[in-house]
Design a protein around this ligand. Structure first.
Ligand code: TRP
Length: 337
């Protein structure tokens, strides 16, 4: 798809190429992005430059970036309806980050909660890129003059910074950037570990039987859901005292489109075993088409490259427009042609 239609809002979001997506990524993020495809101009970036802010292996990054693209397509991000691109393919992200960085108070970055959390976990080395991470993220968003940015709750502070940097630039130079609006995913979409329902479902959970991957085979999904932690009574209802059952109800609710109250009524008095079986079958059914599509696209390297090429073309055009304006306002001499 090419050509911007004026009236449609520009939606942009990005994610790091983390390898296998799990149910929390799917329900909390990617499925929501799909809902914007029909009435917005959508830019979805895989932020490989953010991925090098912590220790990593180049070969993994390369593999994960393409694999991530294949998984997104499998989840329904139809490349005919959105622009999918890799951050490192577009000139402008780091260039704009530099300029925004010069407007960003150092203390603000040092106080970011994610910086503090991540840097504390590093044993021997914290690169400056980790500190600068939020400025690069602001550049990702402002480079496209995005109107709407769907993100998880954990990115709220980064979005606040982005809005402040946009305003600061607009005030310092002149009106340039749209102030983007964050769309925070609903709390109900928080999917917890099946083994430890007090903490979020995660790829780095040491107990991997608590994490459902979107590409897990049906029998693996069934087995993990069957062994999900519940509690000692057998009441199927949501509540703070029943995190395991609540999580399963939330998952079933997303998979079936029925709300939790409805489901509580439907399964009241039925016992955990048949309930889990229902959850398992619903999840299997929801993920079957995703896994099938993944099998079809993931081996098509040429097709994936084509998508990155056309995504980058449209993204770059938009990025260059913003960057040219920004450079001019910042006082840089126009590059001789
Ligand atoms: N920091 C985001 C995350 O970890 C990823 C990200 C980078 C992003 N750039 C972005 C999200 C721009 C939205 C818009 O989830």
């Amino acid at each position: 798809m090419s050509g911007e239609t004026k009236e449609r809002p520009v939606v942009l979001t990005c994610a790091q190429p983390t390898g296998q997506l799990h149910l929390g990524n799917y329900i909390g993020a990617v499925r929501n992005w799909v809902s914007y495809l029909n009435d917005s101009e959508c830019y979805f970036g895989i932020v490989d430059m953010h991925a090098i802010t912590l220790p990593y292996l180049p070969a993994d990054l390369r593999k994960n970036s393409l694999d991530c693209l294949a998984q997104y397509i499998a989840c329904g991000l139809d490349p005919q309806k959105c622009h999918l691109f890799l951050q490192s393919h577009i000139i402008g992200h780091t260039e704009l980050a530099w300029i925004l960085g010069c407007l960003c108070p150092l203390g603000r970055l040092e106080r970011m909660t994610q910086f503090k959390d991540k840097s504390e976990k590093q044993e021997d080395f914290v690169g400056s890129g980790l500190l600068f991470y939020p400025v690069l993220m602001a550049a990702d968003i402002l480079l496209y003059n995005a109107d709407v940015v769907p993100v998880g709750e954990d990115q709220k502070q980064h979005l606040e910074l982005t809005r402040d940097l946009a305003s600061k630039f607009n005030q310092t130079y002149s009106d340039t950037f749209t102030i983007p609006e964050a769309r925070i995913a609903k709390v109900g979409a928080r999917i917890m570990s099946l083994q430890n329902p007090e903490s979020k479902m995660s790829k780095s959970d040491p107990n991997q039987s608590g994490t459902l991957y979107i590409l897990d085979e049906p029998d693996v999904l069934r087995k993990k859901i069957k062994s999900a932690v519940t509690d000692s009574d057998s009441e199927i209802r949501a509540g703070e005292d029943k995190p395991g059952v609540t999580n399963l109800l939330n998952i079933l609710s997303v998979a079936t489109g029925k709300n939790v109250t409805e489901l509580e009524k439907e399964y009241s008095g039925k016992g955990y075993a048949p309930f889990k079986e229902t959850v398992a079958e619903a999840v299997v059914e929801m993920l079957n088409p995703v896994r099938e599509r993944y099998k079809n696209v993931s081996t098509e390297k040429g097709y994936l490259q084509e998508i990155l090429k056309s995504g980058a073309e449209v993204a770059q055009r938009r990025a260059y427009k913003t960057l040219a304006k920004v450079y001019k306002k910042a006082g840089f001499v126009e590059r001789p042609r």
